[in-house]
Design a protein around this ligand. Structure first.
Ligand code: P70
Length: 473
């Protein structure tokens, strides 16, 4: 990959050591946005039970619910869609995708899946048996649920500082090796099929894992015969932080860093809807042929034949091209540069956000926004509602509602982090949109004393945050 690193691939600002993170593309097609009145927003939010997941996107102005499947594809990806080989078996697009995953992530065998949780389901059912224990660098909602449904108990093994929104550790996503050792000591290696490593860590605020931490973790697990499985959903963003912050990586390309990181793991699942720049898709890749054989058996039960896994040929083609585009240094610098632009504006205005600024989103610290609200009054959900009412911006709760209930006691899980996520889609919004968002957050911050909180009026059994309904106090 070294040939892909001439300085001409850096943004103009970076070539000159200036601060610009300007996008390495221009806009060819636009989609109009709808502006609503406050009255319309009040009605829409009431109909949605104060849950931003239940809003119609037609009622949203700037949609920062998620960076998942919301990216803009390039002209090359759209051209690739026309080359879809919609054969039931052996589509040529599958082989293109397989080659892209081998080239950029380095794993030997892969199956496509319809999205990330399809892959999480397959890997959990394949490697976990009832009574097992999984350590992970902070939980992610769907990941943990699939591990639990397969019979495992999840244990958080991330550094303690990851739970502190103000701690400035450069690699807040790192695993605390002492916690892993304690887990092995307590349950024995035979009951720990793998450690689940996410890079970056979504729920911690998009925080990265260092190469050194992954390497030490791998060495520790190798001594005990435990696998290391990667959630590669935002690995490309993680690679930028390694390039910027970790000694010895400043002159390595993003592609080289990703490949090295993956080489420290035994396999990965992927929600391709994030880093990989497609609207739908996922994949699951491993190096061990016997694990692959089992995955290939299961994929035909739950997803589709092993050469399409729930995706159309055209989707696999767009994904193969998206993987290559996502690995370009200038792409990822501008993507994370835009997130930082928003974060730096909010920081200048003393608005409490998770620091350091992460890769895919700005996380507002709802605890410090609304110190008057007890966590059981859903401060982060309240803030998401207030932001929508102010300006039609849609954000996502990442606090007590997302954390669900303890399977044994039935009580709420009460995470230390009570956050409202402003998630930036890739290649979609402009710097002016970021200004609108910052001003709206500021308006909500200025009116923070008036917030009263919410009660949960309807609670679904699984992943409750998606469909729960709330009523204002
Ligand atoms: C988000 C999305 C998805 C995701 C992820 C990581 C680190 C796996 C997945 C699953 C969508 C989402 C999902 C659950 C709750 C809220 C939002 N994250 N690992 O917005 O992939 O969605 O393709 O099945 O971030 O953060 P998929």
């Amino acid at each position: 990959m070294t040939q892909e690193r001439p300085s001409s691939l850096h943004t103009m600002g970076q070539q000159h050591g200036r601060r610009s993170w300007a996008e390495p593309w221009k806009i060819k097609m636009v989609e109009p946005l709808k502006v609503t009145t406050r009255e319309q927003r009040v009605t829409a939010l009431e109909e949605a039970g104060y849950n931003t997941f239940l809003l119609r996107s037609d009622d949203v102005y700037i949609d920062l619910l998620t960076d998942s499947g919301t990216s803009a594809m390039s002209d090359r990806q759209w051209a690739g869609m026309m080359l879809g080989d919609e054969a039931y078996a052996g589509s040529r697009n599958f082989y293109h995708l397989d080659a892209a995953i081998k080239r950029f992530y380095g794993y030997a065998y892969m199956v496509p899946t319809h999205q990330g949780r399809g892959a999480e389901h397959l890997i959990s059912q394949t490697l976990i048996k009832a009574g097992d224990h999984i350590g992970g660098n902070m939980y992610f909602t769907t990941t943990r649920l699939h591990q639990e449904l397969a019979g495992a108990t999840f244990h958080d093994v991330i550094l303690d500082v990851a739970h502190d929104p103000q701690d400035l550790h450069p690699f807040k996503g790192n695993v605390d090796l002492a916690k892993v050792e304690a887990l092995i000591e307590r349950y024995g290696a035979a009951q720990i099929p793998y450690i689940s490593l996410a890079a970056t860590v979504n729920m911690a605020g998009g925080q990265p894992v260092s190469m050194a931490n992954a390497r030490e973790l791998k060495a520790l697990l190798d001594r005990h015969g435990i696998r290391l499985m990667l959630d590669a959903t935002r690995l490309v963003e993680n690679a930028l932080f390694i390039q910027e912050r970790e000694e010895g990586y400043a002159d390595k390309s993003i592609a080289e860093i990703c490949l090295e990181f993956c080489s420290l793991t035994d396999g990965a699942w992927m929600s391709a809807k994030k880093d990989n720049l497609v609207n739908i898709g996922g994949w699951l890749a491993v190096n061990d042929y016997s694990v692959f054989e089992e995955l290939r058996n299961l994929v035909v039960v739950y997803e589709g034949l092993h050469t399409y896994g729930g995706l159309a040929g055209r989707d696999m083609e767009a994904l193969a091209i998206g993987i290559e585009e996502s690995m370009q240094d200038e792409h990822i610098r501008s993507r994370v540069g835009q997130v930082r632009y928003l974060g730096e504006l909010l920081t200048e205005w003393d608005i409490p956000i998770v620091q350091p600024i992460g890769g895919h989103a700005i996380f507002l610290d709802a605890r410090r926004f609304y110190p008057q609200l007890a966590q059981d009054l859903f401060p982060a959900q309240t803030l998401a509602a207030e932001l929508y009412l102010d300006s039609g911006i849609r954000s996502m709760e990442r606090g007590i509602a997302s954390a669900g209930r303890n399977a044994e006691t039935g009580d709420h899980n009460r995470p230390k982090l009570e956050l409202t996520r402003l998630t930036i889609p890739r290649r979609v919004y402009t710097q002016a949109h970021m200004d609108v968002v910052a001003e709206s957050v500021k308006a909500c911050f200025d009116a923070r004393d008036a917030a009263r909180g919410l009660d949960m009026a309807y609670e679904p059994k699984y992943l409750r945050f998606f469909q729960a309904r709330f009523t204002p106090r």
